[in-house]
Write a protein that binds this ligand. Structure first.
Ligand code: MG
Length: 160
């Protein structure tokens, strides 16, 4: 078994919608980045790559490569999923936290879990998703950024 951790932060700017976990959420701010800036999918990608010791999202999708501009982050998660599978590892579960002062994510949680399940090709019951505010202080609480964390467990497909 292998455990992995991923973390990411992206700045907010006025606009919308907010893309989080592969889902477009109506909001008055959007995330800023070289790709589509989906902070949750980036944390998931890094957790998978980390668990498999396959480097990180920046190596796989360099922001110096024009091909990655505006890229759908679901492609990054899928690439990490495939890379993990290619070395004989299977995703057991993931558990994620999104750190955002606004919007409230509870009503979007199920849609995001369904989308993550689709991208990762695992059942929703193996996808944990929680959200925390920044208590109105610091860059999260002042709505300057949204951050995300993910842990994952992988197991070998070979010794079964
Ligand atoms: Mg990122």
């Amino acid at each position: 078994m292998r455990v992995g951790i991923g973390h990411d932060t992206h700045r907010l700017r006025p606009g919308g919608p907010l893309k989080l976990g592969g889902v477009e959420i109506p909001h008055d701010h959007e995330l800023l980045g070289h790709s589509d800036a989906d902070v949750l999918l980036h944390a998931v990608t890094d957790a998978l790559l980390g668990a498999a010791a396959l480097g990180d999202i920046g190596q796989m999708f360099p922001d110096s490569d024009p091909a990655n501009r505006g890229r759908d982050s679901a492609e990054m998660v899928a690439a990490a999923r495939d890379a993990v599978a290619a070395i004989g590892l299977r995703i057991v579960n993931i558990d994620c936290i999104v750190f955002a002062q606004r919007p409230k994510l509870l009503s979007h949680r199920q849609a995001i879990r369904e989308r993550l399940a689709e991208i990762l090709e695992i059942e929703e019951e193996f996808i944990g998703l929680k959200s925390k505010t920044g208590e109105h202080i610091g860059p999260i609480g002042q709505e300057e950024v949204i951050a995300a964390q993910c842990v994952t467990l992988l197991e070998s497909t070979e010794d079964k």
